[in-house]
Design a protein around this ligand. Structure first.
Ligand SMILES: [Zn+2]
Length: 193
């Protein structure tokens, strides 16, 4: 007895997972995504299981996000994890509803343009993430991780690179060095971290 699914067409053969690269196009961008399907070893029918259809849909949404210049699910997840947040905390900070981040990260949905912009700004300016966390009552567990992540992108001078204890000063310099016109008043940034 095989534990493979029985073919719904002939009811005799078993379904074997297959995949192929297919050409796709979105907003003038052409590319390839992996398409999953199942092939019956008896009648040769090709079908897709519910799980395969879900994964195919996710692959297409991920491609669309890339084509539209939006943050992909994988990048949303990496960003959330770099802040030391679980999905529920991220939703409380950024909005979108309780299961929003699960949907973004799995490429089940395309995040709205405002949400995309909010995530982009928070990634670019750690002060924003820190501020939103405070407003939402979410604790960013590991400040040094946050600072290290931005240091790795050369947002602060290498002289500060080994001084992770200077979290506040580093974050202030991050804010100042990123833009001539972006400078939080002392009291504001003290609150934000
Ligand atoms: Zn069959």
């Amino acid at each position: 007895m095989s534990d493979l699914p029985v073919c719904p067409i002939c009811d005799e053969g078993h379904l074997h997972a297959r995949s192929e690269m297919i050409e796709v196009e979105h907003a003038g961008h052409a590319g390839q995504i992996e398409s999953l399907y199942s092939e019956c070893d008896e009648c040769g029918s090709e079908t897709a299981t519910a799980a395969q259809m879900r994964d195919n849909k996710r692959a297409m949404i991920a491609f669309k996000k890339q084509a539209d210049g939006l943050i992909t699910g994988a990048d949303v997840k990496a960003m959330r994890q770099s802040l030391g947040l679980n999905q529920d905390q991220a939703a409380r900070m950024f909005g979108g509803g309780p299961v929003a981040f699960s949907k973004y990260e799995n490429d089940d949905v395309v995040q709205s343009e405002p949400m995309n912009n909010l995530l982009k700004v928070s990634k670019r300016f750690p002060m924003v993430a820190a501020y939103l966390a405070r407003e939402a009552g979410v604790e960013l567990k590991d400040h040094s991780h946050l600072v290290a992540s931005f240091q790795s992108r050369s947002y602060v001078s290498s002289a500060l690179g080994s001084n992770l204890s200077g979290v506040r000063e580093s974050l202030r310099l991050v804010a100042v060095s990123n833009s001539d016109c972006f400078e939080l008043p002392d009291e504001e940034y003290q609150h934000a971290i």
